[in-house]
Design a protein around this ligand. Structure first.
Ligand code: PLP
Length: 402
């Protein structure tokens, strides 16, 4: 069968044209339908934490599929309880923590939004979220996402959400005793890997606590060890009321979760939320195995070390196109001095390197957490060549440097 890359024919048009057709993956590499190999520094947008077709992932999926896949949430299964307890330990919730399982980041945030409403009741109708943060595409999570252009075609939004700038001053001005919750994306991945100001999370914790509002941290892109801690809030030494996780937790299996700390663990009561598939034995067995492997191989430390190495590589390349790096660990945004990120992505792909552009002036690098020297050396060559080619094309078209 000849594969046509024609998203317009059978798939909804919301994703636009597909950039390639991949048929196989192994480790940090992908192969397209023509047998060409690519170095994958996108990892399915921070999802395949262990790389592709990792034996631990494959074994967990196959074994659990042959044992018990799904029984509904009327019943418990060992992998579900084991994963809940592992997530609580890694997040540091203590005994008072609880876990709700869904199937995606958006579902985790939907649960968090409902948690906020349960906490707020009639007295606290306000929910605060940060301008330019991304929390998902469902109607609830879109309402939490501070990007007017994304919301506009789908108005009216779920009411009650107010957007504030990511400054302590803006939070101080906005917060009062009628706020149910503050949602935070600790590094704004979709906005171009934009960090919060130093001290923001600590100030947010202090102010939400003072006003009785929940602090909910969206760790969907930053979690599972990607930033060099299990969760980004841990760099700040604070305790939130709840966090949401997805993406890298499942290593490629769709799973999301809301993890509550003791302060928010008693809000849900029977009948207030649920999902047919959420937390089924198959997904939780795979996520449990993925997290166990991240722990066993100390990939959280690897994310910190390899992230530093990656930044040093980009510095060494010294491209005049690059203004600098943002982010933490293996969540890196490479800032560009000209709006040519799409051209950089295309030039990289031509050379066998998969990267991504969250906006016109940023390249996002989110490889698997277990990359090593071999992958970094190959990346250095491919990325240097990519940047040089785009720089040359730009110089040709403008008659000078960016
Ligand atoms: C910070 C953050 N929150 C929520 C989401 C939504 O997750 P999903 O696409 O799994 O629904 C994403 C996805 O990119 C994300 O990066």
């Amino acid at each position: 069968m000849t594969w046509q890359i024609d998203a317009g024919r059978d798939l909804v048009k919301s994703f636009g044209d597909r950039m390639a057709m991949f048929v196989r993956g192994e480790g940090a590499y992908l192969w397209d339908a023509n047998g060409r190999r690519y170095l994958d520094f996108l990892a399915g947008i921070a999802v395949t934490s262990l790389g592709h077709a990792h034996p631990v992932f494959v074994e967990a999926l196959a074994t659990q599929a042959a044992t018990l896949a799904h029984v509904s949430n009327y019943f418990a299964t060992p992998p579900q309880l084991e994963l809940a307890s592992r997530l609580k330990r890694l997040a540091g919730t203590g005994d008072g923590g609880r876990v709700y399982f869904g199937n995606s980041g958006a579902e985790a945030n939907e649960a968090a939004f409902k948690l906020a409403r349960l906490h707020g009741g009639a007295d606290r109708p306000r929910v605060l979220a940060l301008t330019n943060a991304f929390h998902g595409r469902t109607m609830g999570t879109l309402a939490l996402t501070g990007k007017p252009a994304m919301q506009e075609p789908f108005l009216p939004m779920v009411p009650g959400v107010e957007f504030i700038d990511s400054t302590v001053e803006a939070l101080e001005a906005a917060i009062d005793d009628r706020v149910a919750a503050l949602f935070i994306e600790p590094i704004k991945g979709e906005a171009g890997v934009v960090e919060l100001p130093t001290g923001y999370l600590q100030a947010a914790r202090e102010l939400t606590e003072r006003h009785g509002a929940l602090l909910i941290v969206d760790e969907i892109q930053t979690g599972a060890g990607r930033t060099g801690e299990w969760f980004a809030f841990q760099h700040a030494g604070i305790t939130p009321d709840a966090i949401t996780v997805a993406k890298g937790i499942g290593g490629g299996f769709p799973i999301g979760a809301l993890i509550t700390f003791a302060s928010a663990s008693d809000l849900f009561y029977p009948g207030t939320h649920g999902s047919t598939f959420g937390g089924n034995a198959l997904g939780t067995a795979v996520a449990g195995a993925v997290l166990a492997e991240i722990e066993r191989a100390d990939l959280v430390a690897n994310a910190a070390d390899r992230g530093a190495q990656l930044r040093a590589i980009i510095d060494r390349i010294g491209s005049p196109l690059v203004s600098g790096c943002r982010g933490q660990g293996l969540l890196i945004g490479v800032g560009l001095r000209a709006p040519v990120a799409k051209a950089v992505v295309a030039a990289a792909q031509e050379r066998g390197l998969i990267i991504n552009a969250p906006n016109d002036e940023t390249i996002r690098l989110v490889p698997a957490l277990n990359i090593g020297d071999v992958e970094l050396d190959e990346f250095a060559l491919l990325f240097a060549d990519t940047l040089a080619a785009v720089q040359a094309a730009l110089a040709d078209s403008t008659g000078g440097t960016p």
